[in-house]
Write a protein that binds this ligand. Structure first.
Ligand code: MLT
Length: 267
């Protein structure tokens, strides 16, 4: 099982393909599995690496720990350095996008291109922070199955495939309670990183579904407008989890992003 020890924790990662590295960062409460289609679709042009973030999936468990975006970003920086894969094409979904922006703030030199999928750069407002606390309480009261029921209504579009529903449910139900609570707290405390956007100098794409119930299209457009030269790709009929709801257009957008710049291969 491919693993790398960073910052005292063993992180699992899935790897497929050859070429320059692309690093795929999952959202909440998911794992590397949300990227399986894109990894398979891009393995002919990239060495695709998708870690399970600290506490998630098959990575080491955490106990009583706020999973801050800076901590998760530093873990990824250590992964890139330990595997000697930088600079990478950074592909990040939702919470993964919060982590990606923290990484770009800390180590822009490690990133060759960036794709931000269904995410935002701002911090939580008062209402959103209260919503995080309420979600944490509901998880403790109702358990992961009820969280999965809830997220099926929020994270998917109006007419999701049965497979997308099953994949979402299995990822939510297999995320540890400690991780759920730690990540909710970390997202709640995350910093506003809108100023990072204007400093992105590498090729960039912003990808989202037009039925995203979590992040409005206005927020998505604002995110894209903030990044110099970013391409905006809106996928019709998809909710928030566009990589599993409509895998093909996401892979296609990533391929175009990757091929839009000259890659020296082999490096
Ligand atoms: C995610 O999809 O990663 C999270 O739901 C994002 C969030 O709750 O802000």
């Amino acid at each position: 099982m491919p693993q790398v020890r960073v910052n005292g924790n063993m992180l699992y990662y899935r790897e497929i393909g050859e070429g320059p590295a692309a690093l795929f960062v999952h959202g909440f409460p998911l794992d590397h599995g949300v990227w399986l289609d894109q990894m398979r679709g891009l393995a002919h042009v990239r060495r695709c690496i998708a870690p399970d973030l600290r506490g998630f999936g098959r990575s080491d468990p955490v106990v009583d720990q706020t999973l801050t975006m800076e901590m998760l970003a530093d873990d990824l920086i250590q992964v890139v350095e330990a595997l000697r894969i930088g600079p990478v094409d950074l592909v990040a979904l939702s919470m993964g996008g919060y982590v990606a922006l923290a990484l770009l703030e800390l180590r822009p030199d490690l990133v060759r291109s960036v794709a931000l999928v269904a995410t935002r750069a701002g911090a939580d407002g008062v209402e959103a922070r209260a919503g995080r606390d309420a979600m944490a309480a509901r998880i403790l009261d109702g358990g992961r199955a009820s969280l999965a029921d809830e997220l099926m209504q929020v994270l998917l579009g109006r007419d999701p495939t049965r497979l997308a529903q099953a994949r979402l449910r299995s990822m939510v139900e297999s995320t540890r309670y400690e991780t759920l609570l730690g990540a909710i707290e970390g997202m709640k405390e995350r910093r506003d990183r809108r100023t990072v956007l204007g400093r992105i100098t590498v090729p960039a794409a912003v990808i989202a579904g037009d039925e995203d119930r979590l992040i409005s299209l206005d927020e998505i457009r604002e995110l894209a407008a903030g990044i110099p030269g970013a391409r905006l790709v809106i996928v019709p009929g998809s909710g928030h989890l566009v990589p599993i709801e409509h895998p093909e257009p996401v892979s296609q957008a990533l391929l175009e992003l990757f091929q839009g710049r000259k890659v020296v291969w082999p490096r």
